[in-house]
Ligand binder design. Structure first.
Ligand SMILES: [Zn+2]
Length: 127
Protein backbone atom coordinates (compact mmCIF):
# COMPACT_ATOMS: atom_id res chain seq x y z
CA UNK A 1 0.00 0.00 0.00
CA UNK A 2 1.47 3.32 -1.00
CA UNK A 3 0.87 6.62 0.81
CA UNK A 4 -1.74 7.72 -1.74
CA UNK A 5 -4.05 4.88 -0.67
CA UNK A 6 -3.94 5.70 3.05
CA UNK A 7 -6.41 7.70 5.11
CA UNK A 8 -3.52 9.95 6.10
CA UNK A 9 -3.21 11.04 2.45
CA UNK A 10 -6.88 12.07 2.38
CA UNK A 11 -6.48 13.97 5.68
CA UNK A 12 -3.21 15.73 4.87
CA UNK A 13 -4.13 16.60 1.27
CA UNK A 14 -7.79 17.44 2.10
CA UNK A 15 -9.09 15.00 -0.49
CA UNK A 16 -12.28 12.96 -0.72
CA UNK A 17 -12.05 9.96 1.67
CA UNK A 18 -13.52 7.62 -0.96
CA UNK A 19 -11.60 8.37 -4.18
CA UNK A 20 -8.66 10.48 -2.85
CA UNK A 21 -9.01 12.63 -5.99
CA UNK A 22 -11.69 15.29 -5.44
CA UNK A 23 -11.10 18.26 -3.16
CA UNK A 24 -12.97 18.15 0.16
CA UNK A 25 -13.00 21.94 0.67
CA UNK A 26 -13.79 24.68 -1.82
CA UNK A 27 -10.46 26.39 -1.15
CA UNK A 28 -7.10 24.78 -0.46
CA UNK A 29 -6.00 27.74 1.70
CA UNK A 30 -7.09 27.36 5.38
CA UNK A 31 -6.36 31.06 5.97
CA UNK A 32 -8.89 32.27 3.39
CA UNK A 33 -11.11 33.25 6.32
CA UNK A 34 -14.24 33.82 4.22
CA UNK A 35 -14.21 30.32 2.74
CA UNK A 36 -11.96 28.12 4.90
CA UNK A 37 -14.94 26.14 6.25
CA UNK A 38 -16.84 25.78 2.96
CA UNK A 39 -17.01 22.17 1.84
CA UNK A 40 -18.30 20.70 -1.37
CA UNK A 41 -21.69 19.02 -0.79
CA UNK A 42 -20.51 16.07 -2.89
CA UNK A 43 -17.14 14.96 -4.21
CA UNK A 44 -16.58 16.62 -7.62
CA UNK A 45 -14.95 13.39 -8.89
CA UNK A 46 -16.84 10.38 -7.46
CA UNK A 47 -20.00 11.98 -6.04
CA UNK A 48 -19.43 10.85 -2.42
CA UNK A 49 -21.86 12.71 -0.14
CA UNK A 50 -19.81 14.88 2.25
CA UNK A 51 -22.89 15.90 4.30
CA UNK A 52 -23.92 12.41 5.34
CA UNK A 53 -26.61 13.56 7.79
CA UNK A 54 -27.56 16.76 9.64
CA UNK A 55 -25.09 17.40 12.45
CA UNK A 56 -22.62 14.80 11.18
CA UNK A 57 -19.64 17.05 11.89
CA UNK A 58 -20.54 17.61 15.56
CA UNK A 59 -18.55 14.42 16.05
CA UNK A 60 -15.50 16.17 14.60
CA UNK A 61 -15.21 17.99 17.94
CA UNK A 62 -13.96 14.69 19.43
CA UNK A 63 -11.23 14.55 16.80
CA UNK A 64 -10.45 18.23 17.36
CA UNK A 65 -10.20 17.71 21.13
CA UNK A 66 -7.85 14.77 20.74
CA UNK A 67 -5.67 16.64 18.25
CA UNK A 68 -5.54 19.74 20.45
CA UNK A 69 -4.57 17.79 23.59
CA UNK A 70 -1.93 15.82 21.69
CA UNK A 71 -0.54 18.95 20.07
CA UNK A 72 -0.58 20.75 23.43
CA UNK A 73 1.41 18.02 25.15
CA UNK A 74 3.91 17.85 22.29
CA UNK A 75 4.27 21.64 22.17
CA UNK A 76 4.70 21.83 25.95
CA UNK A 77 7.41 19.17 25.95
CA UNK A 78 9.21 20.80 23.00
CA UNK A 79 9.03 24.30 24.46
CA UNK A 80 10.17 23.35 27.96
CA UNK A 81 12.71 20.63 27.20
CA UNK A 82 14.20 21.85 23.92
CA UNK A 83 13.61 25.62 23.84
CA UNK A 84 13.75 26.08 27.67
CA UNK A 85 10.65 28.29 27.77
CA UNK A 86 9.25 28.52 31.31
CA UNK A 87 5.64 27.57 32.10
CA UNK A 88 4.22 31.10 32.42
CA UNK A 89 5.50 32.08 28.98
CA UNK A 90 4.09 28.86 27.58
CA UNK A 91 0.67 29.92 28.93
CA UNK A 92 0.89 33.13 26.86
CA UNK A 93 2.36 31.50 23.80
CA UNK A 94 0.17 28.39 23.47
CA UNK A 95 -3.29 30.06 23.25
CA UNK A 96 -1.98 32.46 20.62
CA UNK A 97 -0.59 29.50 18.68
CA UNK A 98 -3.95 27.70 18.90
CA UNK A 99 -5.79 30.76 17.55
CA UNK A 100 -3.35 30.92 14.63
CA UNK A 101 -3.73 27.19 13.94
CA UNK A 102 -7.52 27.18 14.51
CA UNK A 103 -8.52 27.00 10.83
CA UNK A 104 -6.06 24.13 10.22
CA UNK A 105 -7.36 22.14 13.22
CA UNK A 106 -10.97 22.82 12.21
CA UNK A 107 -10.46 21.49 8.70
CA UNK A 108 -8.31 18.56 9.75
CA UNK A 109 -10.76 17.40 12.43
CA UNK A 110 -13.58 17.22 9.85
CA UNK A 111 -11.37 15.19 7.54
CA UNK A 112 -10.39 12.83 10.37
CA UNK A 113 -14.05 12.40 11.30
CA UNK A 114 -15.32 11.57 7.78
CA UNK A 115 -12.35 9.25 7.21
CA UNK A 116 -13.54 7.16 10.17
CA UNK A 117 -16.77 6.40 8.30
CA UNK A 118 -15.86 6.33 4.59
CA UNK A 119 -13.51 3.71 3.17
CA UNK A 120 -11.09 4.31 0.31
CA UNK A 121 -12.41 2.81 -2.93
CA UNK A 122 -9.86 2.89 -5.78
CA UNK A 123 -12.61 2.01 -8.27
CA UNK A 124 -14.71 5.06 -7.30
CA UNK A 125 -12.81 7.51 -9.49
CA UNK A 126 -12.84 5.33 -12.60
CA UNK A 127 -16.54 5.73 -13.37
ZN1 LIG B 1 -14.42 11.32 -4.33
Amino acid sequence: MNFRETKLYSIVKAKCPRCHEGDFYETTNPYNLKKFDKMHKRCPVCGQDFEREPGFYYGATYASYGMTVGFGILTYLLSTLVFKIDDIHFLYFFPALMVLLGPVFFRTSRLVWINLFVKYDPAANKS
